[in-house]
Design a protein around this ligand. Sequence first.
Ligand code: ZN
Ligand code: ZN
Ligand code: FE
Length: 750
Amino acid sequence: MERAWIHIRGIVQGVGFRPTIHKLVREYGLTGTIKNTSSGVELELEGERETLSRFVEALPRRAPKLAVIEEIETAYTKELRGFTDFQILDSRTEALRNTLISPDLCICDDCLRELNDPTDRRWRYPFINCTNCGPRFTIIRDLPYDRARTSMSPFPMCPDCEREYHDIESRRYHAQPDCCPVCGPEVFYLDGAGERLEGDAVELARQALKAGQIVAVKGLGGIHLACRVDEPEIVQRLRRRKQRDEKPFALMCRDTACAERICVVSEEERELLESVRRPIVLLKKKSPGLLHISENGFVGVMLPYTPLHVLLFGEDIDMLVMTSANLSDTPMMTDNDEALRNLHAIADGFLLHNRDIQTRCDDSLCWVLGGKEYFARRSRGYVPFPVRTGRELMPILACGAEQKASFCLSRGDSVFPSQHIGDLKNMETFDCYTRQIRHFERLFDIVPRALACDEHPDYLSTEYAAARAARENVPLIRVQHHHAHLAACMADNSVSEKVIGLIWDGTGLGSDGTSWGAECLIGDFQGFERFGSIRPIPLIGGDLATKETDRVAFALMHEAGLDTGGIEKAPVYESMLRANLNCPLSSGMGRLFDGAAALLGIKTRCSYEGQGAVLLEAAATEDDGIFPVVLDGSPLRFDWREMIRALVAARSAGEESGRLAARFMNTLIEMAVRQCLTARETSGLQTVALSGGSFQNMFIMARLPGRLEEAGFRVLRHRRVSCNDEGLSLGQLMIAQAATESGDSLSQLR
Ligand code: ZN
Ligand code: ZN
Ligand code: FE
């Protein structure tokens, strides 16, 4: 007989781990104890040495579906404690908080069955959950994870729930958010004036939605606005009230079959739609319709993920618009009073409840690429799961960019990327950003010993980092924007050796003080060189040119020596260019897309970032042609003037804009391949990393990686974080880590 000490790290709390262990212990005829610790789960078991080892071996195989075992540590001793049974001990708080927190997961099949069973005591109860499903990250205030440290603390369990909670045979054994209609939160419905109405709240909301009203619905990580999809007028009303003219809305469909009526759903997309994480999946529309929902070729679809959503859809609602409840790009609302105060002009009704949302978490948004998520936004269902880097990191806070803000914190070999936060220029968003940083630091017990930020001095994230570094007297590492993108893609693929990076985005401050964004870099975590780029584009009127994109079209034509007579305000633009009056140069890929979209008559005024590119992609039809590719100079620049001349000539000759849009993107792909080939000749490098928001273009993502692979390159694309600025903080963190590892730079930094 021996005693084994077994420590299991990973997502092992709140996922039904201990009941599973209990069964396993009985099966192996062992005795002992189990307890949750702040770093995982600790077991002490007695039995024959051979049985004990078999038990340890079986653990990973027999773990519950939602558990993620990262490490099992064991030690054996002949000193016995003489256990006679198997006991579960109380949680204890350790100084080191090494445990992982589970993301929020959708309702499980067992709970779904009970929800629909009139004989079950939780029949139609909107907060039904168990150890296999339900809220986690969004309700946790602190660790270790138990009810008192969640927003379920105001709801003491009734005797029935208590019994299940202590019954190791029950699916709700130690399910912290477990509750029922007797003891748990309740849902209620208020009209547009904020008056609480009597009756079945869900039914009232369903009737309001069916009647064409706009209803605010409180979900897991925030409040949504919902309305019917089939009546464009209703959706237009929502757009008007929300002041969201053109940006696509996401839909929630009752099931995959409903989604298939409007979208093409591949087997892989179905799997992701129905997965426990329930992200919004960007699906190709079946026909060009649904323009009132999404003006581009994709529509974002998710399936109901909370029991409340399931009840809301019932048997007869097939799909609803489901968009974040916020006012013009402020953070998604989470609080009842806040919603009632601020949404009275938008919502005709409110389906709310009295369980607080502790942590805001937007819906995740992704495409399926190569059978896996390709994130536009990594948030609910994924956060706060870490990215493993396979190397020991010092505790660092990387503060991200600005428009698609996120941050990362490191501990051990893990990097914890934050949820989607939004545009920091909104005061509310910035406030949310700083609070989330503190929340993560507390939750994961991380005290950053260095800070990383963008080189852009005006980013609010940079200001935050600089002020904090000064206050706390820790080094601040300023990282060039596109270098950070490159490093993010490397880390995302667990690569640390030097690579070629195609970094295409809208804008980022370059090392030379101008705006960059169509870069071919060669580099690693230690540094980079700018191997290639594109001929800079003068932005007439600066930032204004990112909205009034006909200004870019004008600049492209003007530079290409073409007649610009057809463009409105041409004389004004002309004189601004000639006087070089507020015409900063930009080599942003996003600008080239904007300009091309305007030249092709697809979009000349943009109301949201990336709109020109998205619409150009949507307009593209089949065409294998390319425009001339001219590359010269050092850095090796794509001189787009030949391309613009050819594009404008083809357009004047009456060629269809869809074909020209395809030809434009083919040209960029060809240009990219040639840049990489030349970079390989000089550097001998075989790996190309693709990062930056422009790689959210599925036309390019469907073609460029294949072209590069044909040319013998290994292609890295983002897998675990987004390719846009939201994923950038991961790269900042890795570069800061490299900087602190080299003693020289560390002393310089101080
Ligand atoms: Zn469940
Ligand atoms: Zn109860
Ligand atoms: Fe960027």
